[in-house]
Design a protein around this ligand. Structure first.
Ligand SMILES: Nc1nc2c(ncn2[C@@H]2O[C@H](COP(=O)(O)OP(=O)(O)OP(=O)(O)O)[C@@H](O)[C@H]2O)c(=O)[nH]1
Length: 369
């Protein structure tokens, strides 16, 4: 299945929330209008049976072929509809007025976009369209374009530097998916021919260390550990030494996520940074904050807090599969502008994907044209 298809399926809850909400908003006070007969578009469509719809989407990963693949699916569905639907399709349109804008804003807030972002997005949609009639599809398209515009600025893969080893410090609260993300990253870099070393820096939690070892084995990457309760900074130093000796391309350092002891954690992270800088004063080259998308608005607080604890350079959003909280990514992008390097869409090793703003916008809004 294509990435977009997969993501859409996984974001289905938030998407259907927005979709259903938009339908309800337009129907509330909208008027049914007859549009052009659907046959107008049908003759231009390749004659593909509806059963083939899933096939093109299954094939590619690259964005361009996908965009092309989306068209036959869309037109295919239109054709499918003409078989059963009356010759003239009906569409409900509603005049864009204050009431409708307010409902739209509430819907976006409910889908976790946050008040500020929801207000801005709604205002942008309204600009030049106030008093005009809009259908659900048209609003979805406008919303998708707005979301994509905001997200475009933050969709950036993890920058790779010539520096060896490139040190990536991974921070985030316990359970956000740090271990899993490190495992997935290690595996992807290995597959790209890079040599990787992992440091299991959450030395206070034996279970976290064990889990990282399992991921290291899966990815074929050495995982450096230290006795339970020992100083993570000392492990980080040893890991730097090992990575340098091995000529490793990347050193991924896991860290603790005990936010309840904020000052301890801050000191711990600062010490790790101090120590690795003894070996390379430009390290860490990336400080990745791993955020669990299912925490919704709480993700915003975590960015603010970790921004103070560590010099966060980019984000990985995990658990986007099956969450109704995808809207929080828009709020994050709008408020902090930190790059989103990747998104986690499952628990398996290959479930870490590049972040594609347009695919995301389509999946979030249910806009598939
Ligand atoms: N569905 C889904 N689950 C994920 C994803 N990323 C991580 N998980 C799961 O989330 C749980 C926590 O992930 P961990 O990687 O252990 O999180 P952590 O931040 O290292 O947490 P600690 O080990 O408690 O410090 C695990 O059950 C993972 O399988 C994702 O993208 N999608």
């Amino acid at each position: 299945m294509s990435f977009f298809g997969k993501l859409k399926q996984r974001l289905t809850k938030s998407s259907s929330r927005i979709e259903d909400g938009l339908d309800a908003i337009v129907e509330d006070g909208g008027e049914v209008e007859a549009t052009e007969p659907a046959e107008v578009e049908a003759p231009q469509t390749p004659a593909s049976p509806p059963a083939q719809e899933a096939a093109p989407a299954a094939a590619e990963k690259a964005p361009e072929p996908e965009a092309e693949a989306a068209k036959p699916g869309f037109f295919g569905r239109l054709m499918g509809r003409t078989d059963t639907a009356p010759a003239a399709r009906e569409v409900t349109r509603r005049v864009l007025d204050d009431d409708m804008l307010e409902q739209l804003e509430e819907l976006l807030i409910a889908s976790d976009m946050g008040v500020e972002t929801a207000t801005r997005v709604t205002a942008n949609i309204a600009e030049g369209r106030y008093g005009k009639k809009l259908s659900t599809d048209e609003i979805k398209g406008l919303l998708a374009a707005e979301v994509a515009r905001i997200m475009e600025n933050v969709a950036k893969p993890l920058p790779i530097y010539a520096k060896k080893p490139q040190v990536v410090l991974v921070v985030g609260v316990n359970g956000s998916g740090k271990t899993t993300t490190i495992g997935k990253l290690a595996s992807q870099f290995r597959a790209a021919g890079k040599s990787v070393v992992i440091a299991a820096g959450d030395t206070f939690r034996a279970a976290a260390v064990e889990q990282l070892q399992v991921w290291g084995e899966r990815a074929g990457v050495p995982v450096l550990t230290a006795p339970e309760g020992s100083d993570p900074a000392s492990l980080a130093f040893d890991a730097m030494t090992r990575a340098e000796a091995d000529g490793a391309d990347l050193l991924l350092i896991d860290t603790a996520g005990r936010l309840q002891n904020r000052s301890d954690l801050m000191e711990e992270l600062a010490k790790i940074v101090r120590v690795i800088r003894k070996k390379d004063e430009t390290a860490p080259h990336n400080t990745l904050l791993v955020l669990d998308a299912t925490t919704g608005q709480n993700a915003l607080n975590q960015v603010a807090t970790f921004g103070e604890l560590a010099d966060v350079s980019g984000l990985v959003m995990t658990k986007l599969d099956g969450t109704a909280k995808g809207g929080v990514l828009v709020a994050l992008a709008d408020r902090f502008g930190l790059p989103i390097h990747a998104i986690g869409v499952g628990e398996q090793i290959d479930d870490l994907q590049a972040f594609d703003p347009e695919d995301f916008a389509k999946a979030l809004t249910g806009h598939d044209a």
